[in-house]
Design a protein around this ligand. Structure first.
Ligand code: MTE
Ligand code: MO
Length: 440
């Protein structure tokens, strides 16, 4: 065991020996962890799944930040200082882009939770290494593990709370989730750099195919090694390695089935038991999930009735269009998804006036940005900013109708924004006014 080696450099040898003599019992005892399944090979199998999966979750997460158009201060957190990435403008196409990146971020993030837990289980004896560190370098490495483990658990907790309770707690989770992600990503990069050679070596030590054919009775422990993952005194196996892998894989498959329906839609929606929104969106053309109802947003029938008119500003003088006037303008139809940051999405057929046509009517033929305000007065949904490419795209609409019918009040009647590849939240419902700014 490594604990019994003399310290190399750094820590005073006397302190180390004193600590080594006073090894606490319980989980710190070398005999406390005895599962015959633990060992570098099993840890590396889980590790290699995470090595492939987690970078996808990290990158799609950062893309989501970029998709929120941070240049308008509408991403969370608004100001990230030097963590601000080289900015690029989020594209307005293909229309399914955010649906894909955010579906992957949330979906894969959830599916990997059982693998993360299994990986942590497989290395838990390392938490109780004694003495805690043999050298300054090892102390640093263990500190990075604290950030790694703490970081991933923090990201899982804030991520899950965010998709389940977003609209109960507001947006504070985003800020925590964003900074937590950088802490985790840094620790993850260090961990991969330190462990990759050992992982490759361990994966070669056993054959996956052979393990998948091995029954419980024939399951042999991995040889005890200096890393201390494999137990020095293993018990008899209560489950085979393939059984353990099947358990973890089954857990991930279950999470997939219980959540993926929210994006796949149709019958699959019925199985999406783990998602908070939209299992019973009703029938008809407006029968798809509602993020927040008109009632919850305090939108009254009076405000959206015949007195409603869209106010367009930005040109020489403001203009107003009531709903019949908007309906008399050239109409365009496009099949576009609403893709929520929570991971769910739904594609519908929208009809309305092109945003670019509205910009021209406002007297801003070359729009550089648009500030959309909702009848909803307060909160994160009261307004949104659109980039030039999001206004100019031929499918970027102020929708009046969906699937051939007028928008329902819950889906944003009298008019709502719908733009290809735009994060759901910026597709403002119950639009009151649009202020166009000319491109510079
Ligand atoms: N005014 C207003 N617009 C809004 C919202 C809202 O609550 N209020 N929710 C946003 C979010 S987060 C999403 S995902 C979409 C959902 O649209 P839907 O409820 O029609 O499905 O609308 C967006 N537009
Ligand atoms: Mo959303």
């Amino acid at each position: 065991m490594p604990e019994d080696h003399e310290p190399e450099y750094g820590f005073p040898a006397r302190l180390w020996r004193a600590l080594a003599r006073h090894r606490p019992g319980g989980p710190f005892s070398a005999r406390a962890w005895r599962s015959p399944l633990r060992g570098p090979w099993l840890t590396s199998v889980f590790g290699s799944v995470l090595l492939v999966g987690l970078p996808v979750v990290i990158i799609t997460g950062l893309l989501s930040y970029a998709a929120y158009s941070p240049q308008f201060g509408q991403a969370f957190p608004a100001d990230v200082g030097w963590l601000r990435l080289p900015l690029f403008s989020w594209p307005a196409g293909p229309s399914w882009l955010y649906r894909l990146t955010q579906g992957l971020h949330v979906g894969l993030g959830l599916v990997l939770i059982p693998v993360v837990l299994a990986k942590l289980w497989s290395v838990v004896p390392k938490l109780f290494t004694w003495p805690p560190a043999r050298s300054a370098a090892q102390a640093l490495e263990r500190l990075s593990l604290l950030l790694l483990v703490g970081g991933i658990l923090f990201e899982i907790a804030t991520g899950v709370l965010n998709i389940q309770y977003d609209y109960l707690f507001g947006f504070s989770f985003y800020t925590a989730h964003y900074y937590g992600a950088w802490v985790f990503t840094g620790a993850f990069a260090v961990h991969v750099a330190l462990k990759l050679p050992r992982m490759v070596h361990a994966l070669r030590s056993r054959s996956l195919r052979a393990e998948l054919r091995t029954r419980r009775a024939d399951t042999t422990p991995e040889p005890s090694e200096p890393d201390g993952l494999a137990p020095s005194a293993p018990t008899a196996p209560t489950v085979s390695r393939r059984g353990a892998l099947a358990l973890v894989g089954g857990g991930s498959a279950l999470v997939f089935v219980l959540t993926a329906g929210q994006t796949i839609g149709g019958v699959a929606r019925e199985t999406a038991l783990l998602v908070p929104r939209g299992r019973e969106p009703g029938e008809g053309p407006n029968g798809f999930q509602i993020n927040r109802t008109a009632r919850a947003a305090a939108i009254t029938p009076t405000a959206t009735g015949s007195g409603w008119a869209l106010r367009l500003t930005g040109g020489d003088r403001p203009r107003s269009f009531d709903r019949p006037a908007l309906a008399a303008l050239p109409q365009h139809t496009a099949e576009l998804p609403i893709a929520c940051v929570e991971g769910w999405s739904t594609t519908q057929t929208w009809t309305g006036v092109r945003l670019l046509d509205l910009a021209r009517l406002a007297g801003v033929p070359e729009p550089g940005s648009a500030h959309v305000t909702s009848l909803e007065r307060a909160g994160a949904f009261a307004q949104a900013f659109l980039q030039d490419n999001q206004i100019r795209h031929p499918d970027a609409l102020l929708a009046l109708r969906v699937n051939g019918a007028d928008l329902s009040l819950d889906h944003g009647y009298p008019a709502r924004v719908i733009v290809p590849a735009l994060p759901g939240v910026h597709n403002t419902k119950w639009v009151a006014a649009i202020d166009f700014r000319a491109a510079r």
